[in-house]
Design a binder for this molecule. Structure first.
Ligand SMILES: Nc1ncnc2c1ncn2[C@@H]1O[C@H](COP(=O)(O)OP(=O)(O)OP(=O)(O)O)[C@@H](O)[C@H]1O
Ligand SMILES: [Mg+2]
Length: 321
């Protein structure tokens, strides 16, 4: 059995990121175990070290400040997204160019990877980030945009640097949600110039980044954004409210096996028109829950209508306030 000193030294070396020391200590323990007749254990330790050696050729990652970036695993697929044909093509292009990036690079081109996502709330921006991560087999790295902003410009710059270090060290889908708040939520003063400086700094970091990571910057403010901003991005994905045709597809997708009739009546589709995807999804989920609770196999159209009206009412009561 390894001595308590050896175990302590091993743990210390691990936390110091001292790979060489971990290896030496592990082999010392293996030698000790072999000497006292624990041949199988000794061999197992050596095998682990050998395997570790093979893996260490991969770049060792610096730990990322996890208060700035949350790493998420995802499972949403392309088929979970209902968007216009145009948007669908754009998303396919991002996927295709990433998977074929070596070919593009050999010919002197970069894959499109700096993407602006803009559109109304609940139309699929966050969902798209998640889908891209799944389809590209990359981790979804959610950047805590609100934590980037500091009272001091210098500090904000340091934090941005940390985030973009991670972008280049660890290939992933980096999602900057409501990124324009980086420039607008500075509470210390109303100095517009200062706000623009922070946003510009962020855009400079984006511009300078030459990694393979996908950078997604999402915003609700859409067309009010400075036009000069668009040119920093390789592509702009515009998320719109669903058309009647898309609402039909959304019902089919969300009600799935709880859908009784193959066709949803036109008046139900019309009732949902003007709502975002997230609201229609909620209405479907609420209708399904009712069906489950009432031991019904299918959602009734009347209940579905009721749930859509319930979602609509949220906005009416908001407007009346
Ligand atoms: N285009 C879509 N196709 C299918 N489902 C969608 C779509 N958009 C939204 N949804 C559903 O609504 C949920 C919420 O949408 P999501 O968070 O992607 O919206 P968002 O555009 O990021 O909104 P916000 O601007 O408020 O962050 C999704 O998880 C999904 O269930
Ligand atoms: Mg979102």
């Amino acid at each position: 059995m390894a001595t308590s000193e050896q175990i302590l030294a091993l743990i210390t070396a691990y936390y110091n990121n001292d790979d060489e020391r971990v290896k030496t200590l592990a082999l010392q323990i293996a030698a000790h175990e072999a000497k006292i007749g624990h041949k199988i254990l000794a061999q197992s330790i050596k095998d682990v070290v050998m395997k570790g050696n093979a893996n260490s050729s991969q770049e060792r990652l610096k730990p990322i400040d996890n208060s700035l970036i949350i790493c998420k695993s995802t499972s949403n697929r392309k088929c979970d997204l209902i968007v216009s044909e145009k948007l669908d093509k754009q998303i396919n292009n991002i996927i295709l160019e990433f998977t074929q990036r070596a070919k593009l690079s050999r010919n002197g081109y970069n894959h499109r990877r700096k993407i602006l996502l803009e559109g109304l709330p609940g139309t699929g921006k966050t969902l798209t980030a998640s889908i891209l991560a799944t389809e590209l087999k990359l981790p979804l790295m959610i950047v805590q945009t609100d934590k980037l902003i500091s009272k001091y410009m210098g500090e904000t710059g340091v934090k941005l640097r940390q985030v973009f270090d991670a972008v280049s060290q660890r290939t992933g889908v980096y999602f900057f949600d409501e990124f324009d708040s980086i420039g607008s939520e500075r509470s210390s003063d109303n100095d517009v110039k200062e706000m623009h400086r922070v946003l510009n700094l962020f855009l400079q970091f984006i511009e300078q980044d030459t990694s393979e990571s996908i950078i997604l910057a999402a915003t609700n403010s859409g067309y009010s954004l400075d036009q000069a901003l668009f040119r920093r991005f390789d592509d702009v994905l515009r998320f719109e409210l669903p058309t009647e045709e898309e609402i039909k597809k959304l019902f089919k997708l969300k009600l799935n096996k709880f859908m009784n009739k193959a066709v949803i009546p036109q008046d139900v589709i019309q009732l949902a028109y003007g709502l975002c995807h997230a609201d229609i999804t909620k209405a479907c989920e609420n209708a399904i829950k009712q069906a489950i609770l009432n031991d019904n196999k299918h959602v009734s159209i009347e209940v579905l209508e009721e749930m859509i009206l319930e979602r609509r009412a949220v906005y009416v009561s908001k407007e009346n306030k």
